[in-house]
Design a protein around this ligand. Structure first.
Ligand SMILES: C[S@@+](CC[C@H](N)C(=O)[O-])C[C@H]1O[C@@H](n2cnc3c(N)ncnc32)[C@H](O)[C@@H]1O
Length: 341
């Protein structure tokens, strides 16, 4: 697919569907026939943002702040942007060090940028409405930019970055540190991210809504024409574990990781519950990974609820480190489409 500037506004997301959007949207009737698209699991937001640009009215949901804040900033909000003065206000001095300065510098973030991030988070939380969502999205993007290779491991690299000890670093990390412009002043990085976020703010002339609920409460509460399902896949590292530092940064406190049923249980247990909750939505499009089920098994699971009208397997390497290299080579995305009789 052509690289669209609006996608610069999103966070890079393991399990994100950006490269699969043409295959997914090919399965959808146009908005004049099926105006309301329910993106059941918002995640990194690529399906909702693309759907919004195509003219569907978007209703979406996620349980996690890391998804809901960007969703409110870009899917719900359609006119407020972050200007340069907003950015300068984010970096105004604060009275006391916050959670990031106290607990995450220098272990998780390099000190110069971490202290900058700490201020931004504290100032963003004082705001209301779209400016708050956009500012917190900027904090999320800044935090991800500061992490080596965009992941949350590798504490030693953060120390080496802090001390500018490039001799001790592996080549791939040195390249990454410079590609992210980490040695520069943090304000330059933040200014680039501000501009990237604004590229995703546009109006589609519709009222789009982002909810934050458990999916089993959300689905019965909404009406729409198409439901797109992209739940966490069984046998992949749970998002709550992989994104824990990000979740703690947003919560401003330590969190206990609760196991997520979608990641830990077999889809034969979790998917039927989802399908029962979505029985009133005419068209379902379901994405799933091939880690624990094959295409025919997934089709059988869906068929117990309604007729399957299309199914396919697409070769797809996930973007980042939730899967091992070996798994990445074997990875397939399964896509099943089912329509109510
Ligand atoms: C695979 S991601 C969705 C990816 C998305 N389609 C994209 O393109 O970026 C799954 C999402 O489901 C959310 N989630 C997991 N369990 C949930 C639950 N019980 N209720 C609501 N959301 C949940 C996670 O927070 C995660 O963001």
């Amino acid at each position: 697919m052509r690289r669209l500037a609006m996608f610069d506004s999103l966070t890079s997301y393991a399990g994100g569907k950006r490269r699969l959007l043409p295959a997914i949207f090919r399965q959808m009737p146009p908005p004049r026939e099926a105006p309301v698209l329910i993106d059941v699991f918002l995640g990194g937001g690529s399906v909702s943002l693309y759907g919004k640009a195509r003219g569907y009215r978007i209703i979406t949901n996620d349980i996690a702040d890391r998804s809901v804040l960007p969703g409110r900033a870009l899917i719900e909000n359609d006119r407020v942007r972050l200007d340069h003065e907003d950015l300068m206000r984010l970096f105004k001095p604060v009275h006391e060090p916050g959670f990031v300065a106290q607990e995450m510098v220098p272990g998780v973030f390099p000190s110069k940028h971490g202290l900058f991030l700490d201020r931004a988070l504290q100032n963003a939380r004082k705001l209301q409405g779209p400016k708050r969502w956009l500012s917190l999205l900027l904090c999320i993007k800044l935090a991800l930019r500061l992490r080596p290779l965009g992941t949350w491991g590798a504490r030693r690299i953060i120390e080496q970055m802090d001390q500018q000890d490039y001799e001790g670093m592996r080549d791939s990390y040195i390249r990454d540190v410079f590609a992210r412009a980490i040695p520069r002043h943090p304000l330059r990085m933040a200014e680039n991210l501000r501009q990237a976020i604004n590229r995703g703010v546009f109006s589609s002339g519709q009222e789009n809504i982002v909810h934050q609920m458990d999916v089993f409460d959300f689905l019965p509460s909404v009406k729409g024409d198409i439901a797109y399902f992209d739940c966490p896949y069984a046998n992949t590292s749970p998002y709550e574990k992989a994104c824990r530092p990000l979740d703690e940064m947003l919560a401003g406190k330590r969190l206990k990781v609760k196991p997520n049923a979608f990641s830990t249980e077999h889809p034969a247990k979790t998917l039927p519950r989802l399908f029962e909750a979505a029985g009133h939505i005419p068209l379902w499009i379901i994405s799933y990974g091939n880690q624990v089920v094959g295409l025919s098994e997934l089709v059988d699971l869906v068929r117990r609820h309604r007729p399957v009208i299309d199914s396919r397997e697409i070769k797809h390497a996930h973007m980042t480190g939730l899967a091992t290299r070996e798994n990445r080579n074997r990875n397939r995305e399964l896509l099943v489409v089912a329509r109510r009789k």
